[in-house]
Design a protein around this ligand. Sequence first.
Ligand code: BGC
Length: 363
Amino acid sequence: MKKNLSILSSIFLASSVLMAGCIKSEEDMAASNKATKEDDGKTVIGFSVGTTKEERWQREVEMAKDFAKKNDFDLMVQSAEEDASKQVKQVEDMITKGIDVLLISAQDSESAGTVIDVAHEAGVPVIAYDRLVRNGDLDYYVTFDTFKVGQLQAQSLVEKYPKGKYIWLLGGPEDFNAHLIKKGHESILNPLIKKGDIKIVAQQWAKGWSPEEALKHTENGLTAADNDVVAVLASNDGTAGGAVQALAAQGLAGKVGVSGQDAALEGVQRVAEGTQTSTVYKPLKELNTVAMKLALSLAEGDEEAAKAKVNGKTDNGTKEVPSVLIDVQTITKENMMDTIIKDEFHKMDDVYKNVPKSEWPKQ
Ligand code: BGC
């Protein structure tokens, strides 16, 4: 609907914008934007993701595109590929081109706050998508219960490994979610650490949620403890992958507990094989659909419909942001069939690919 194309924005046309359809190369994108920017009177939603490194973000971009197609609005998608300043620039470009609402999953929760004012000056409401934007007049936040994600990760390990030495792997320090997860971990671990049942031999952040960093931290933790470790509290499936690789090199994969989150295919495969204790299932489709519907309500100026979706508040350092919080669930070998497979989040053949057929659970 917003079509304030300026000379400036025509320069931006050459930048990396992915319009609804498929993800294209930079050259293709420049061409496709020229082709699609005629004013068709349709609502335009901007969706900016900080990264598409993890499988979940790739799936969510596809879900958003499907939703846009089915609901007949235009979607501008951009991924900053882990570059926080690139994300700010990409969002400014989208606003210049003309979007009605911005959905943003921030690469850096603190620095992303600067785009809120730019968006508001152009009359564009901002919804934080799964990752909080801190320090700004954010309009809405649609997210999973991230504190609970941390609790479930720690809970799944302490149930199986109530005593012993732990390696504690945190996510990307630039992402506020990693801090919420840490708080969730602490709520379960701290009493056990105080009691002397659990001892932390290493606690490290993995910048950008890097599996490579997680691998190194696990190697170092194992060395420091002379391999006497009962569990690795990993903050997502990517970092869990790094941890399992380090454990495997010491012949410890499957013997030491490992947590995760996202129910990424590699994560649930490891759970099925027994090298990862648990992951946390986050219903991505639900998150994506709620976020898109909220964005549409705001684009239509229907504040009442938007408010009706809210079920909580989140302090982002500036205000209590009206939030939609979606519940999450622990996945283990035991409930894989009733959750991931039943919900068709992944196919059975894929999840159990590395498990001998004779050991597959009954369908
Ligand atoms: C998300 C996780 C994801 C991680 C790395 C976090 O903000 O909540 O689901 O694994 O980012 O992309």
